[in-house]
Write a protein that binds this ligand. Structure first.
Ligand code: 13P
Ligand code: SF4
Length: 345
């Protein structure tokens, strides 16, 4: 039961002392978040990983986040992911091998300088690819800065994998007339020669959790709660972002509710576990999910079961490293360049 598991986790943490730090993403379930030393959005977690001096960084999050932690921590630090099944489907939508082939097609179609920018939600080899071609990484909290960097350094940006974050960012920068969506594998999609007429080229990836939100959910919540305000993640479709009052990363969503006055109603358009945390952390605010809870559960984040957390910690305390996430040398150095560029901009 939970009390017994908590005793096991605390026992292992006592034995490990300063040798371990637990980082948890805002979408992790309560039983993980309660044991984390720091809970935040992807950008904050990458900064915490960079600042951590513990020998072991145990990551409550998905594979790409643990990989980024491995890239950013020192070589003598070890990153552990409680479940190796926690893989973000969106990250899998832009495989470096595919992107490489598409890149050849795109760059052959133009003399302009295209700069690739990848969302943090991607694997290390794609981050390395971006560094190799003068690009960088971004998260949902700094995508606009990454676009500005790319358009300063070059003429056009190829953004991967999330078309919705890309579209929302282009709108934020007044570049809505410059957007081309591109799926090089779909015969119905425009070809490379046509898309390079635009300055913002969007890879055809998306988050299956955030894509489920629709403008009708926003209408419904406003009908159900007269004064409801709506805050959504920029992985939501453009129409949803347009219908919302606030858009931002999971850290921004947390801040928005933390700053609300008692009695205000906020509808949350993101993964359900964050909505539940906000309900617990801010009982004075009326926090409601933007759509039925089942429609926004991230199955990748859910793979981090608290029993696995107990197991990896007990194993570490017994001197056994399990579920270590290690990016291959070479790839790691290049991916680090792309992450460092993000931290700089
Ligand atoms: P944040 O960077 O806003 O925490 O988002 C990460 C994520 O996976 C959203 O789906
Ligand atoms: Fe990936 Fe979406 Fe889950 Fe975030 S919520 S980890 S983008 S599947």
């Amino acid at each position: 039961d939970e009390a017994e598991r908590t005793r096991r986790i605390e026992g292992a943490l006592d034995a490990l002392g300063d040798d371990v730090v637990i980082l948890g993403h805002n979408y992790q379930r309560r039983e993980i978040v309660e044991h984390a030393d720091f809970v935040g959005d992807s950008y904050q977690l990458s900064k915490e990983a960079a600042a951590a001096d513990a020998e072991y960084v145990v990551f409550g999050g998905v594979t790409f986040m643990a990989e980024s932690a491995d890239i950013i921590t020192d070589d003598d630090q070890t990153v552990v992911l409680p479940s190796m099944e926690a893989s973000c489907p969106m990250a899998g939508m832009a495989e470096a091998l595919q992107v490489d082939a598409a890149w050849a097609e795109l760059t052959a179609a133009t003399d302009a300088d295209v700069v690739p920018v990848t969302y943090m939600n991607s694997y290390a080899d794609l981050k390395a690819f971006c560094a190799e071609h003068g690009g960088l990484v971004c998260t949902s909290s700094n995508a606009h800065r990454a676009f500005e960097y790319a358009l300063d350094e070059g003429d056009k940006v190829l953004f991967l994998p999330d078309k919705h974050l890309g579209e929302n960012t282009a709108h934020r920068l007044g570049l809505e007339e410059e957007i081309a969506e591109w799926d090089p594998w779909d015969a119905a999609s425009a070809d490379a020669a046509a898309v390079v007429d635009n300055d913002v080229i969007l890879w055809d990836g998306y988050c299956q959790v955030h894509e489920r939100f629709s403008p009708s959910h926003v209408e419904q919540v406003r009908a159900d709660h007269e004064d409801a305000r709506v805050v959504v993640h920029p992985e939501c479709r453009r129409e949803v972002v347009e219908a919302a009052d606030v858009v931002g990363s999971t850290a921004t969503i947390r801040e928005t509710v933390a700053e609300a006055d008692p009695g205000e109603t906020w509808a949350i358009g993101t993964e359900v576990h964050l909505t539940r945390h906000l309900q617990r952390w801010h009982p004075e605010v009326n926090v409601v999910p933007l759509c039925g809870e089942a429609c926004m559960d991230c199955n990748a984040m859910r793979q981090i079961d608290p029993n696995y957390l107990a197991w990896v910690l007990e194993e570490l305390a017994a001197g056994r490293e399990r579920n270590v996430v290690e990016v291959a040398p070479g790839e790691k150095e290049l991916a680090r360049v792309a992450l460092d560029r993000m931290l700089e901009v």
